[in-house]
Each structure stands twice: as structure tokens, then as C-alpha cells.
Design a protein around this ligand. Structure first.
Ligand code: KMT
Ligand code: NI
Length: 175
């Protein structure tokens, strides 16, 4: 994982779009974004440990590639890259490939989180974010979930959504 400010240049979103300023895991934590990296043979035990600790009861696997998604590839990418939030945490363990999660900071700037195989990332409920593969067009991830999987994105604007308000309140409480 590597994080930095997005350059906000309006060209191919799959390019790195790296602005010079980098962002530390500590700064991500202040936004409620959690991160681990497990890439040994025991990665599944480690992921299961976090899942148990944080009460993630369900999981499935997703492959984001032209091959896996066929005709719906471009439309799926459009949905993932549309700025949105969820009413639960978004938990992804990257099994293979790479991609970018962009999250909004408190000044509404995009922070780009470049994720690779072995990264486990948790985006808090209510954070505005989007996802895109990089130019390799391939990412395979384990999606974990607390209760019944509910992957529905709620597109911005969703400023009155209770989970959005709860997220902002949680940042105030911890700050
Ligand atoms: C989401 O909600 O943004 C996604 O599920 C992204 C694709 S999974 C790597
Ligand atoms: Ni999402």
C-alpha cells in the first residue's frame, strides 16, 4: 500500500495520478481507514484473525478483469469509480493484482491508496470513496462483510445519510 494525494488531472483514471505529497498510514487512520499487509503462506489465518476480531461473518471473492466480467466490465468500472459511500465497512483483502481506492479527506481532497496483493484495507461506513483498477486491468479480492453482504453503493451527494453523519461524528469524537 502506498498513499498520496491525487493530482486531479482529468486523464485516464487508471494511470497513477500521483501528486508529490504522500500520505502516511497514520493520516489514513485519522480518516478511519485501516490497513494491514499479510503475504506469507499463513495469510488466510491472519485474515481470519482480523475477521474474527472485527466480527466479519461473511465473505465472497471478486475478480475485476475483462475476462471475468465480460461485457459488463466497463459498466462495472463506471459504478465502482462513481463517488459513493456504503452503510457498512468496505473490507477488501487483495488476493492478486492491484488497483486504487480513492478516499476523500476532511478538506474534500482525493487521497489515492494504491493497493497490491497482500493488502487488507477497511474503509469505514460513510466515507466517500471510489475504486479503479490500474492499467493492468486486473484485481482479485476477498470481500468481507459483517452481516448479509450488501454491496450497494450510495452515490454522492448523500450528506444527510445517517451513516455519513455517523462517520463525521466519529471523526469529531476521536479527534
Ligand atoms: C466498491 O464498492 O467500491 C467496490 O466493491 C470496489 C470493487 S472491489 C475491489
Ligand atoms: Ni465502495
Amino acid at each position: 500500500m502506498r498513499a498520496y494525494f491525487h493530482d486531479n488531472v482529468d486523464s485516464d483514471p487508471k494511470e497513477p495520478h500521483e501528486h508529490l505529497t504522500s500520505v502516511t498510514p497514520e493520516e489514513l487512520k485519522n480518516l478511519g481507514v485501516l490497513y494491514w499487509h499479510f503475504d506469507g503462506d499463513d495469510y488466510l489465518e491472519k485474515v481470519n484473525g482480523i475477521a474474527k476480531e472485527r466480527n466479519y461473518k461473511n465473505r465472497d471473492e471478486i475478480t475485476v478483469s475483462k475476462e471475468a466480467l465480460g461485457d459488463s466490465y466497463e459498466s462495472k468500472l463506471k459504478i465502482f469509480f462513481q463517488e459513493h459511500l456504503h452503510e457498512d465497512e468496505e473490507i477488501r483483502y487483495i488476493l492478486d493484482g492491484s488497483g486504487y481506492f480513492d478516499v476523500r479527506d476532511l478538506l474534500d481532497r482525493w487521497i489515492r491508496i494504491a493497493i497490491v496483493k497482500g493488502d487488507l484495507i477497511v474503509l469505514p461506513a460513510g466515507i466517500y470513496h471510489r475504486f479503479i483498477v490500474d492499467t493492468n486491468d486486473y484485481l482479485k479480492a476477498l470481500r468481507l462483510f459483517k452481516e448479509e453482504p450488501k454491496w450497494t453503493p450510495i452515490n454522492r451527494p448523500a450528506d444527510d445519510n445517517p451513516h455519513r453523519l455517523g462517520y463525521l461524528q466519529s471523526l469529531r469524537d476521536s479527534g
